[in-house]
Each structure stands twice: as C-alpha cells, then as structure tokens.
Design a protein around this ligand. Structure first.
Ligand code: ZN
Length: 482
C-alpha cells in the first residue's frame, strides 16, 4: 500500500515538473497569456460519469468549489493529483446515514462518500439540526423531517435514542395529535428539509391511514417519503397504495432487509409500479445483518421467540451474542443490537438489482457500530463489481451518485449539481483504485476504514489524501429552499 502511494506521489511530482517546463517553453515561444490555471487538477484518471456515460482518460480542472472543465488535453493547476490507473468518479451520495457527526463522517469519507443524508428517521427540528452542523463538516450533509420523531414528540415517548421505546411506537394517535404531527412536518418542510422520513415498522401503533395522511403532507411539500416499512409484501402493497393515493414520491429504504425471502417478487412489484408511472425508488446495503435499537417495537414479540433466535443478536457495545437472559437485560437497559440472519444470496440479489441505490444505513459511536457505516461503497466496488463480476462498474457508480442526486433534486435544486462530473457541477470527487478498493470493517470492529480510495474531494478541497482524512472541513448544508 505505501509503495503504491509512493509511486502515485512520484508521478504527481513528475507531472508537475513536466507541466512547468511546458508552460515556460510555451510562454517563451508565444509571449501570450498563460493557459488558465486551476486550483486543483485531477490528471490522467479514468473519468467515469454515469450521467453522461463518459468513460475515458480525462483531466478535471477545478476552481473554487466547482468543476470547470473535463478535458482531453492536460491542464495546469496550483495542485495536481495524478490519478493514473485510478477511476475518477462523482463523490458518492448516501441517502441513509444515522451517524451525522464527525466520527461517522471520518469513516464514510474514506469509503468515498461526499454527501451524507439522514432521511429515514430524520428530525422533528430541521432548523435546529442544520444549525448544529454549521461551521464546516468533512462531507456535505442534509436531513429529512421525520414522522417517527414527530410522533415521539406528540405522544410523549420515553425513548432517548432515535427510535420509539414505548407509546410513540405502539400508541394510537387522536385526531388532535395527528394534526400536531402534521404541523411539525409542515414546519420542517418550511425550514428546508430535503425529504420526509417514515418508519411504519417502528410505529406499529400508526395505521396505514395515519401514514397516508402524513404522505399527503409530503406530497404538499414536494418531498420524497423515505420509509422503513413493515409487513413484507403486504406492507409493500399497502405502502405503494397509500403513496399513490397521497400522490407523494416514495423511497423504500433497505429493500435487502424489508423484502425478506420475497426479494425477487418485491423488486418486481416496485418495477411494475414504476412502469405504471408511480414515482417509487429503493436502496440496499451489502451486508447480511441489520442493526437497530434493542428497545424498538421490532422486538416486541421477543418473549415468543425460540431459544436459537437470540443468538442471532449481537450487542454492539460488547460484541457478545445474546441469550434469552442477556437479551431481556439489554432490552431493559437499552443499546444497539446487530441482527444476523440473511443469506449472502439475498444480499447479493439486492445489490445486483439495477433498481437499488447504494445506501449504508450506517451509524458508529465511540468506535462501535455496524461495518456498513465504514465499508458499504467499497464493498460493492470491490466484492460485487470486481471480484464477483455481478454488477457493471458504471452501473454501480450510477446507483452511488447520480441516482440519489436525482431522487432529491426536484425538491432541492442544489442536488442537480451533485453526482456528476461535468462543467458546472460541484467538485465532489472520489478517486479509487479499481484493482484494490475493498471494505475492511467487520462486525467486531466497524472502525477499520476501507482501502483503495486514496483521494476524496469535497467542494474542491482535498478531504482524503493518501487514504487519510485531512484537516479540511468544506462540507456544506444541502437544504431545500426555505
Ligand atoms: Zn436506518
């Protein structure tokens, strides 16, 4: 790894030397103004832009935070990164990330992510959320206004984490309480939320009529409704139906986990809805285990479980597999749990589908979390694109960059400048070695960064250099007009 880095650096120095000589000779001969110089040039890379289909060796000239040119001819820059033998891609856009703080951003950016969104749970206080992130982050960031936190607030849920631990999930809402929820969601839209989040799986007390009512608020605000839905195939039909009635755009999160054993039919129904004109999209993460809070309503039936089911649950704080006794104890004290159980075939099928955007559903805190926080994008590129040849590289990049940008750009026009490598686009760029890119985080240690991604640029600034996070904090708020 270090020898390789050394070679890359030597090439950079060499190309700088050559371009300086060339400039001097040119000026001496012609006495004309010098060629335009860029703040940053990414030279000699295999530039892959899924929006245009461009796949060729090009030189990218960046000035300020913007891509100014994608050139066949070499460019001069104050700084030149030699990307020979590397792929230069639009920075990855993660629509589903709960760890919206420095520790998570540090892991995600080394996985190639340049924009991180919390759109499933979201927040009940959009303005406060953006205020708390001001002052520069490693990556760009944005949030949804969420039905889950709105419901927790209105019903007075005792949970202290992201998810309901009681009445906010299982209780039913009165007419007045539903009107209060609507008011919170409308306020979030007015404050620039980029989407609206839902988790019917976490709010079993909310009938589909309540979800549909909140979908109407989403439709009114022009947001897409991002939902962690319940009840598998039945839930899918009900959710599609409710979204169609309410006329909201719909995004079903982590199809790999909510579809269960019915993945093929689940995806086929989404495709049929799309073919019939419904605006519905989905996403997946490339891991066989999920993760959630142990006090959530997902586990309300735990007393009926057979003994062996407890061992599929791994406590994040200690890494231990649980028993009936330790599960009960953890359920009382609270915490995060990893749920093992899906087959590799299920995971692969979800990732292979051209319908699935890639999104991590990540979270990490004090070094403990799910490896998907740190390895989702590199795992898709290394394992499923390179090693197993089951996803074409350009298609994987499409589902990591321009597709998630398109999901948000109608509501948030800023996103039309992201997920593309073209003049005028925001200079969010990921440079990776297609021969080496791979995830390294594990269920035991989620804090191991991905490998083979030497450079990441956010808004024209280098945030990952030789695989390490720099001191730059150029990440900006992505927020709908408000
Ligand atoms: Zn999630």
């Amino acid at each position: 790894m270090s020898a390789r880095r050394g070679a890359v650096e030597r090439r950079i120095v060499r190309s700088l030397g050559v371009s300086l000589l060339a400039t001097t000779a040119f000026l001496g001969a012609c006495r004309q103004a010098p060629a335009p110089s860029y703040d940053l040039v990414i030279a000699n890379g295999r530039v892959m832009d899924p929006a245009s289909g461009l796949d060729a060796v090009r030189h990218i000239g960046i000035r300020g935070g913007t891509i100014e040119t994608v050139s066949e001819a070499p460019l001069h820059g104050a700084r030149v990164i030699d990307a020979a033998n590397h792929v230069v891609a639009p920075g990855f856009i993660d629509l589903h990330e709960h760890g919206q703080q420095e520790e998570s951003y540090r892991m995600m950016v080394r996985d190639g992510v340049t924009s991180a969104f919390e759109l499933e749970v979201g927040t009940a206080d959009v303005a406060g959320w953006y205020k708390a992130h001001e002052g520069g982050q490693i990556v760009n960031y944005g949030v949804a206004v969420g039905h889950i936190p709105a419901r927790m607030t209105v019903l007075g849920d005792p949970g202290k984490g992201l998810l309901p631990a009681g009445i906010g999930g299982t209780g039913s809402a009165t007419e007045a309480q539903m009107a209060e929820m609507e008011a919170i969601l409308r306020k979030g839209i007015a404050e620039g939320a980029v989407a609206m989040g839902f988790g019917s799986a976490y709010t079993p007390g909310a009938p589909m009529s309540e979800i549909e009512r909140m979908f109407r608020v989403s439709a009114g605000g022009g947001t897409s409704a991002h939902i962690h839905m319940r009840d598998g195939m039945t839930g899918l039909d009900e959710t599609l139906h409710a979204a169609a009635n309410a006329k909201t755009a719909l995004h079903i999160v982590h199809v790999n986990s909510v579809a269960g054993d019915d993945l093929a039919e689940f995806l086929a129904r989404i495709q049929r809805a799309r073919d019939a004109g419904q605006d519905v999209t989905t996403e997946a993460y490339p891991y066989g285990a999920g993760m959630t809070e142990i006090q959530s309503a997902l586990f309300d039936d735990w007393r009926t479980w057979p003994e062996e089911r407890f061992a599929q649950h791994q406590l994040v704080s200690t890494g231990e597999r649980l028993t009936r006794q330790t599960f009960e104890k953890a359920r009382q004290t609270g915490g995060t749990v990893i749920i093992h159980g899906r087959s590799e075939e299920q995971t692969r099928a979800a990732i292979v589908s051209p319908l699935s955007m890639i999104a991590s559903d990540g979270f990490i805190e004090n070094g403990r979390g799910h490896p998907r926080t740190s390895g989702t994008f590199a795992k898709v590129l290394g394992r499923y694109v390179r090693d197993e040849h089951v996803v074409p590289l350009m298609d994987a990049l499409r589902r990591m960059s321009v597709e998630p940008a398109r999901r948000l750009e109608r509501r948030t026009p800023q996103m039309a400048r992201k997920g593309r490598l073209a003049p005028g686009a925001d200079a969010d760029v990921t440079v990776f070695d297609p021969a080496r890119v791979i995830d390294r985080a594990t269920y035991e240690d989620a804090s191991i960064p991905s490998a083979g991604i030497p450079y990441v640029i956010v808004n024209g600034q280098v945030v990952v250099e030789s695989g390490e996070v720099t001191a730059a904090r150029p990440g900006k708020a992505v927020r709908a007009p408000h």
